[in-house]
Ligand binder design. Structure first.
Ligand code: NDP
Length: 339
């Protein structure tokens, strides 16, 4: 009899998540039925979307999220023992999966997938640079911003999983001038010295509007927005005519209640007079092109154009701390939990 540990949603988050909002429980798993397989989690992901998304679901569910796990028992020949899968199985150590009838495990549209062949790279990358965040960077930048040669790109949340990836595609694949905005000097140093960004702005110590004017005196063509709020208003007001903003996330307001959303400068005047285009997107728009994104990102890693960093927390029990730490900016690159 296998015992699974899982985090259950005991209370909906209000403002910053509290440890008591989730409960760590044990569950005895039944024997496998035909078509099922048993997955043991190796790496789990904590992502910003979990904070607002989980509010859609009833109390008592397993906390939502993706993991990479190994198949340790199987009654499904397409998913043999020893293979790894990536899937939205939630915050749990062991999961029985039936790919035909995903129930609680299928909270987010993607079905569990066998890991692509990534050679001797760490399987954890399939939660980051070779997974959902990597595809968010790839499709969001190329399909929404549609950058052209010689343009200037600004990325907020620049030292995180998606942002660090976007900036590197911009710089090393497309040859753009790239400016990152992030929350510490250490992160800014990493962006410029190791990832090759042209400039980085610490939004906690600098006046973003003033620093942007210095870094991009003739204005900004593309903005990849991970954070929203005042940082984004400052960027939008320095965009050139016909600039394009891809609205990927709005983490600056994820801990706010809908009734107390922070106020930011209105954008309509600059949208009208500079004829800007601002478009929100969710990466699942490109589900039918999923492996294209993974293969491109893999190619760029192998060509040395794309570097990645993971902030790894050890121990399943520490998932909540890793989650809140990520929301507070304690991660550089992708926040990962290693079981
Ligand atoms: P990150 O790895 O970037 O981690 C979150 C980061 O957000 C923190 O490290 C922190 O960095 C920053 N942050 C936290 N609070 C604030 C704040 N108030 N203002 C500015 N920055 C803040 O996460 P991801 O790369 O996984 O996600 C980045 C964004 O992309 C999120 O908004 C997420 O929701 C979105 N996203 C959207 C997808 C889509 O399909 N649209 C898919 C995947 C992600 P710092 O130290 O710099 O403050």
């Amino acid at each position: 009899m296998v015992k699974a540990k899982k985090f259950v949603v005991a209370k909906h988050f209000q403002n910053e998540p509290k440890a008591t909002d989730l409960q760590l429980v044990e569950e005895e798993l039944p024997a496998l039925q035909t078509g099922e397989f048993l997955v043991q989690a190796e790496y789990l992901s904590v992502d910003p979307y979990m904070r607002p998304y989980v509010l859609k679901y009833p109390l008592g569910i397993t906390m939502i999220g993706a993991q990479v796990g190994k198949i340790i028992e199987s009654k499904n020949s397409q998913y043999p023992v020893g293979k790894r899968i990536v899937g939205y199985l939630g915050w749990r150590t062991h999961t029985i999966v039936n790919p035909q009838t995903c129930t609680e495990v299928d909270l987010i549209s993607q079905k569990p997938m066998l890991l692509p062949d990534i050679g001797n790279l760490s399987p954890s990358l399939c939660l980051g640079v070779l997974g959902m965040p990597g595809n968010t960077a790839y499709f969001g930048l190329l399909e929404i911003c549609k950058p052209k040669q010689g343009e200037t790109l600004v990325v907020s949340g620049a030292a995180g999983a998606v942002g660090s990836h976007v900036g590197q595609i911009g710089k090393h694949v497309l040859g753009l001038t790239v400016i990152g905005i992030a929350g510490s000097d250490e992160k800014c140093k990493w962006l410029v010295e190791e990832l090759g960004f042209d400039h980085a702005i610490n939004y906690k110590t600098e006046n973003v509007a003033v620093s942007l004017r210095k870094a991009a005196p003739t204005g900004i063509d593309c903005y990849f927005d991970n954070v929203g709020g005042d940082i984004s208003s400052a960027v939008m007001y320095q965009m050139k005519p016909f600039g394009r903003a891809a609205v990927c996330g709005s983490i600056s307001s994820y801990n706010a209640d809908a009734s107390s959303l922070p106020k930011a400068t209105i954008l309509q005047p600059v949208l009208v007079f500079n004829q800007l285009k601002m478009e929100g997107f969710i990466v699942s728009r490109w589900t039918d092109r999923w492996s294209e994104g993974i293969q491109k990102n893999l190619q760029w890693i192998r060509e040395g154009k794309l570097h990645y960093r993971e902030t790894v927390t050890k121990g399943f029990e520490n998932m909540f701390d890793a989650f809140v730490g990520m929301l507070q900016g304690k991660n550089t690159g992708k926040a990962i939990i290693q079981v």
